[in-house]
Write a protein that binds this ligand. Sequence first.
Ligand code: MGD
Ligand code: MGD
Ligand code: SF4
Ligand code: MO
Length: 884
Amino acid sequence: MATDVKTTCPYCGVGCGVIASVADDGVVTVRGDPEHPANFGRLCSKGSALAETIDLDGRGLFPEIGGQRASWDAALDLVAQKFSKAIAEYGPDSVAFYVSGQLLTEDYYIANKLMKGFIGSANVDTNSRLCMSSSVTGHRRAFGSDTVPGAYEDLELADLVILTGSNLAWCHPVIYQRLGAAKAARPSMKIVVIDPRRTMTCDIADLHLAIRPDGDVALFMGLLAHLAASSAIDQNYIAAHTQGFAEAFATASALSLIDLMERTGLPSMQIREFFRLFETTKKVVTCYSQGVNQSSSGTDKVNAIINCHLATGRIGRPGMGPFSLTGQPNAMGGREVGGLANMLAAHMAIESAEDRDRVQRFWVSPTIASKPGLKAVDMFRAVADGRIKALWIMATNPAVSMPDADAVEAAIKACPFVVVSDILRETDTARHAHVLLPSLGWGEKDGTVTNSERRISRQRPFLPTPGEAKADWWQVAEVGRRMGFAGFDFHSPADIFAEHAALSAFENDGGRDFDIGAYVGIDRPAYDAIAPFQWPRSAGMKPGVTRFFADGGFYHSDRIARFIAVQAPATSRTNEQYSLTLNTGRIRDHWHTMTRTGKSARLSSHIAEPFAEMHPADAMELGIRDADLVELESPYGKAVVRTLVTERQARGNIFVPMHWNDQFAAKARIDALVAPVTDPFSGQPASKNVAIAVRPFKAAFYGFAISVDRPAVSQAEYWALAKAAGGWRIELAFMDAMEDWVGWCRTAFGIPEEIEPLGYADAQSGDLRLVFFEGERLIAALFLAREPVAVARNWAVDQLAAKHVDLRRRFAVVAGRPGADQPDPGATVCSCFSVGVNRIISAIRGGCHSVETVGRETKAGTNCGSCRAEIRGIINGCLAAAAE
Ligand SMILES: Nc1nc2c(c(=O)[nH]1)N[C@H]1C(S)=C(S)[C@@H](COP(=O)(O)OP(=O)(O)OC[C@H]3O[C@@H](n4cnc5c(=O)[nH]c(N)nc54)[C@H](O)[C@@H]3O)O[C@H]1N2
Ligand SMILES: Nc1nc2c(c(=O)[nH]1)N[C@H]1C(S)=C(S)[C@@H](COP(=O)(O)OP(=O)(O)OC[C@H]3O[C@@H](n4cnc5c(=O)[nH]c(N)nc54)[C@H](O)[C@@H]3O)O[C@H]1N2
Ligand code: SF4
Ligand SMILES: [Mo]
């Protein structure tokens, strides 16, 4: 009998319900929870592959001090002592916590409590600074509180859905599926995508506006001016519930259509079409994510959007409203507990003496931070210049994800005392820790998370604790106790949640949006049984769909919303030397710095290498062909990645994923190039508009290799590693020939001396093949050439798991080409069923001309559906090619 546990997916902010089944033999399978209101049973490719990422490979299993195993007592005492000492010598602002939207609410609550209420500094900031802080600031400016007004069902109820700066198909795939299904059922619904790139999300769009980077403020200013002159304006709502309309309108209407075209890079027809759609459609939802937030004008973008919804009164009603899509599973929970350096717990304001006093009385704490602390970029500057003496990093990997990442890594390395709590022993950040604390991961940890629509769900454990790993909340509470503070005597996350709920309701007469007073005094059994619910849920309130602001009731002291008179910013950062714009973001099947998705062969096979997407005309000008290696450079750093030439990319814009790091590639931490430029109001880095130069990276030799064991690649100027079924695959490039390639293979792949390679070397062409068999098993192979090598990669990877009994099959591996009896599947499109592009093409050639028929023939796209847009693209490409 398998045991089923209901929990929540630990990846994106959609917050899908997952049922984890543990069979008697311990094998775990996951499926979507049909009863969870976020996903109703659906999962995307990442959620579907969760069971492949929970092995203990690479996990930290016991505390370490200076790289040596230590007891919890020794490690925690040392942390408490070092923090106390720094505070005693240099004051409370000499220490800092850098935490994460991947902590559970209970972990987050304790970290914030310790820093703000007991240490007495507000130097607790989070990776949400890089993610949601422009939305937080925009919400607070407009609404007086950090409130997301709507619910997911609004996207289904709307007649117009605008997706700006959001690659929903890849980053919030289950919402994308819900939206796609709603549009299929009601084709009159219109979808507009605003993104410099033609992303997979455009697959369901009626209109794609390929906006110039950071053209959004101007576009929404233009929209406000247009609406004000139309019948869509809601004078009653404006008069009753807002102030500042006249000023916002005055600045907005100063932009002419020519200005708009110039700043947005859009043709007037498209601008007019977009304005007309918004004007004439009452039920409109504007969703936005990092193309809006991660900008030096991020907060203004948010307010420019909100202005349009306030002006039309289209907010907080079914099918209407601005909608910030949160990234991380608990970005929202972090905001609820005040995890940002400029917030206080339970949506209270650090600037307010009354709120500070209230929180301090509730906590019975010796002190309370009296001013905002350092925001992430400034925090690491303070680490670099020695102001921070002790730093605790929890559930985030800043050496990869912070802008100016090389400088951040150097700062961490130079900091006198660094504690890292992570689930892995070795990350680009953890390698510099003085004290490494092993944390419980997904499936082990226990608590709550809040998704983008304010829905609180439980993450429940279903796996045994690995080694001596401990929950993050426990680690912080123990350090708090050891620093001599009362108020950290918690026995379970239920105790913490009860306190968090009590604070939300404490002296809350409706003046604060965040109120979950219905859970005050909750006990362990009731906590364990919590069904997903949306806040607010004050004492006595029944669960149900909640929305804010349809009838005003904003959270400024006068209960009135504010229009913000935003100004259109300069958009380009390029100059003669750095003439291209770097845009960074995500791909479908990887999560952030790959510490978890990098473990899954299926997820790694969708895109196995870091890349730079560029427009064909830019590639031609630079003398770069598709699949060449390129070096990218900014004044801050360099990276080397593969080129993907595509017309989906706008001219002058280079897109590179944020995921690759030093564990998976030689030089692909893209944040090393990202300038530490931030939004002046939110402090959020501008990770999508960076001036760079691009040049070909010419190597003497290019290689592809496969190996059963994880290779230890050194002496290669370029390498990129990906997990494959039965082993690993590696792309390689070398500036010089090795004297002894066999020796290189032995070191890289750990091949014993007694195993001799099969293969050949052609001195004239430079081609080299070395294949190592141990009995019938292929254990490693290297394919090398003077040009990027033509090897059927996915077929080669499949050979790791195959038996190689006869010599003919062994020589097929040497040739790097499948025999006629073994078709090459090609690059993976559908990761759920491992269906490659070649199989899909052959199905199309066989007469399957729709996603459905391809699905019936190959199974591709029939599980999570994340690849359906790509399948449609392949069908269109094949049919177009056939028509030519
Ligand atoms: N597969 C996957 N899903 C994820 C994550 C992941 O790592 N992998 N991470 C999660 C997290 S934490 C987050 S924050 C979300 C992020 O989700 P998204 O914000 O949807 O993802 P990004 O790829 O960062 O950026 C979105 C789009 O903004 C566009 N963009 C760039 N500049 C501009 C601009 O000036 N204006 C406009 N309008 N658009 C612009 C980019 O081209 C990009 O397509 O995803 C979450 N989901
Ligand atoms: N250039 C560029 N940079 C970006 C972005 C971008 O679009 N472009 N996006 C930004 C955004 S939106 C985000 S959210 C950040 C994300 O960036 P990070 O937060 O740095 O990325 P993750 O890989 O999610 O890091 C999470 C870490 O926590 C560990 N971990 C996982 N579970 C647990 C747990 O339960 N407890 C503990 N203690 N550790 C755990 C993981 O192993 C991993 O090391 O990146 C930001 N950086
Ligand atoms: S959309 Fe995918 S990654 Fe996001 S919560 Fe759902 S299953 Fe997880
Ligand atoms: Mo994020």
